[in-house]
Design a protein around this ligand. Structure first.
Ligand SMILES: *Cc1c(COP(=O)(O)O)cnc(C)c1O
Length: 354
């Protein structure tokens, strides 16, 4: 399959790198590819970034059969461009596809196309500390048909957005509301897939938490509301004494690439880390015995998001005096340094884009 490239006539003005925010600005070009049952995936192309025109009956508007990914490109001090474990994102895209009955993609080929797109958009990667180019691959069903069944036609697109630092004022802990009414996902559901509907289903809890002054919710398992699953759209870790625990991938947790990297990093440092069931009661017990030292969320956007407070059944639990813990800080610094090329990547996690 040959990639066709259609460049814009006039480049957009670049936004102020100090006011990027998240997902507000988009680059000049995008990637697009189509799928039809008889043809498979075809017509890979880089084209001007522009609105789509879709019939109101297009399936994407109705039953949420869509998946996405999120990763970043980083500019190094010496002006190279690095991707962080991108092959993991495209492998996961296919896992999501499997769950949503979307035809699988040639994940290695898509990564090559992405690299070409980034090469063309290199000037859009901001230089300021903490900034990056956010990459959003996604797939939508495009049949114009209201029947409730997997579509026969799809589009895969990749759009790019220069984003600001997650911590313009430095890494800081947030307050978290432990949600015991709503559920994010249950075993057998779609929690392990990055699919659109999972996110809007969490908004009502997120809004409730925000109204009460909390940055995010901590999700418990949907069956017993007993075991910890995730925090917002991040995976979650706790340091109890000198051991780190994180909920095991039990069929309703999204397998984060940051999560995987943190586990590997901790192991390489000789820090004991366990993936297992973690109950809320256990965490409170550890807290009361002064053994809960740190808690943090992990994901591509923030890398590490320290938790300074948990609120559970109207009780307030302040962790590490609302300060960023030592281990959280070290993990944050190590991962961001590898991502931006300022530390030697002994794990071979980064990939250079020409
Ligand atoms: C994307 C995501 C994560 C984090 O995954 P990363 O690969 O580390 O960015 C965690 N939980 C949910 C629900 C997610 O959607």
């Amino acid at each position: 399959m040959t990639l066709t490239i259609d460049k814009v006539k006039e480049l957009k003005e670049k936004p102020n790198p100090k006011q990027l925010g998240f997902g507000k600005y988009f680059t000049d070009h995008m990637f697009m590819m189509d799928y039809e049952r008889e043809k498979g995936w075809f017509n890979p192309r880089i084209k001007p970034y522009e609105p789509l025109s879709l019939d109101p009956a297009t399936m994407v508007f109705h039953y949420s059969q869509s998946v996405f990914e999120g990763l970043k490109a980083y500019r190094t001090e010496d002006d190279r461009v690095l991707l962080f474990r991108p092959e993991k994102n495209f492998e996961r895209l296919n896992e999501s596809n499997r769950r949503l009955s979307i035809p699988l993609v040639d994940n290695e080929l898509i990564l090559q196309y992405l690299k070409k797109l980034i090469e063309i958009e290199k000037e859009w990667i901001p230089k300021e500390e903490g900034t990056s180019l956010y990459i959003r691959p996604f797939i939508i069903p495009t049949d114009t048909n209201l029947r409730v069944a997997p579509a026969n036609t799809y589009k895969l697109m990749i759009i790019l957005s220069p984003v600001g630092s997650y911590y313009p004022e430095g890494i800081h802990p947030v307050s978290i509301y432990v949600e015991h009414e709503y559920t994010r996902a249950v075993k057998g559901g779609t929690g392990t897939a990055k699919t659109a509907g999972n996110y809007s289903a969490g908004y009502v809890a997120q809004e409730k938490a925000a109204q009460n002054g909390f940055a995010q919710v901590l999700w418990l398992d949907g069956m017993e509301k007993k075991y910890i699953e995730e925090v917002g759209s991040m995976n979650v870790f706790f340091r109890i004494d000198d051991e780190v625990v994180t909920p095991k991938l039990n069929g309703s947790i999204l397998p984060g690439i940051t999560r995987m990297s943190i586990i590997e990093l901790l192991k390489s440092w000789g820090v004991p880390v366990k993936e297992r069931l973690v109950s809320m009661e256990e965490i409170i017990e550890a807290y009361k015995n002064n053994r809960l030292k740190e808690a943090f969320g992990t994901g591509t956007a923030a890398v590490i998001s320290p938790i300074g407070e948990l609120n559970w059944h109207n009780e307030q639990y302040i962790i590490n005096n609302k300060k960023t813990g030592e281990l959280s800080k070290k993990l944050y610094e190590t991962i961001t340094s590898i991502q931006t090329g300022s530390m030697k990547d002994t794990f071979n996690w980064t990939e250079v884009v020409k």
